[in-house]
Design a protein around this ligand. Sequence first.
Ligand SMILES: Cc1cc2nc3c(=O)[nH]c(=O)nc-3n(C[C@H](O)[C@H](O)[C@H](O)COP(=O)(O)O)c2cc1C
Length: 375
Amino acid sequence: MHKRKLKLGGIIDGVGWSYTGWRHPAMPSDASENINYYVEKAKQLEQAKFDTIFLADVSHIGPGMIPHYLSMFEGVSILSALSMVTHSIGLAATIATSYADPFTVARQIASLDKISNGRAGWNAITSNPGGLANYSRTHLSKSDLYPMKKEFLEIVEGLWDSYEDDAFIRDKVKGKFYDASKMHPLHYRGNYFSVDGPLNVSRSRQGRPVISQAGTSSDFMDIAAKHAEVIMAPGDNIDYLKRYTAELKRRVKDQGRSPDDLLMMPSHSPIIGRTEKEAIEKLKEIESLMPLGYRLPRPQFLGSAENVAEQIEHWYREGIIDILLIRQDYPAGFEDFIQLVIPILQEKGIFRTEYEDDTLRGNLELPYPENMHIK
Ligand SMILES: Cc1cc2nc3c(=O)[nH]c(=O)nc-3n(C[C@H](O)[C@H](O)[C@H](O)COP(=O)(O)O)c2cc1C
């Protein structure tokens, strides 16, 4: 059986996913709201042939949150800007199904998909119930989140197939703009949402945007098994990840899908040096920005580039990493990974030297989704 090469994703989270990363001398302290910073990182990741940029999100904030969450860009807005300065890398935004409106999300992500010429992804998460108070949904509670997510996904997928691929004729001579028989309204009636459709955006070159999801509960897994193509997974414990992957793939099979069509994407913050010692020094350097007595959890991928590349290869061959999603705790985290680890992964033959395609789906080697109305 053909085994996919390893895929890479990069989370750009501004000043970093920590309380004190913004204090590092090499980190612009306004990075989370600095378009030039995002452009620079996006170009860096694309030059290194990463499959996708990935933006996490938060749905409510307050005192005590990490600085990045306190003042950050909205995901689709920033990815639209990044789509104009990149050509092949994927652009995936997190939008919670608990708070947004499915017609709006279908439209936003489909628009991003067309603007970027087939590179959009959507990370569909429930997020935590705190957001209910920001989105006028205090009449709902935690137990509503997964039933709502199920409806949300059915609606968005339905709306994305509003038009068959050849629906638009645009024949000026005959005066025929489109073929109305290839337009499909949805008429969805659920407990939470009611949407007639159709969507006023046609399908992109990759058919539909790539859907990722993140969560751990059994309710999460049932919905992911049906609707997810990528799983953003907690990456800090190999034994847990093995069990989690096996369980998800079992449920995917029960849905009649190939387990191979679900990609596992654990997230990591690697800290890499030329030597073990250099990596530990970098860890200590960021720990020194924290209040006295605080320590960072030891990153799973910490050490010399050779050792980290070996470990990544091991996780990849075990089938628990299809996409390695990295965020940078250390301000030069992407740079170190790109300069020191990627050449070793390429030498091992498990990571690309050129993009195979210029759609996200194509680079991830995910199947093209036929329009549900022509099956
Ligand atoms: C790996 C991972 C990444 C997540 N990323 C986000 C995120 O970016 N924003 C957010 O609001 N919630 C995020 N969540 C939280 C989930 O949306 C969800 O609220 C949480 O996992 C509880 O649901 P569960 O019991 O099904 O896991 C993440 C969860 C996991 C496991």
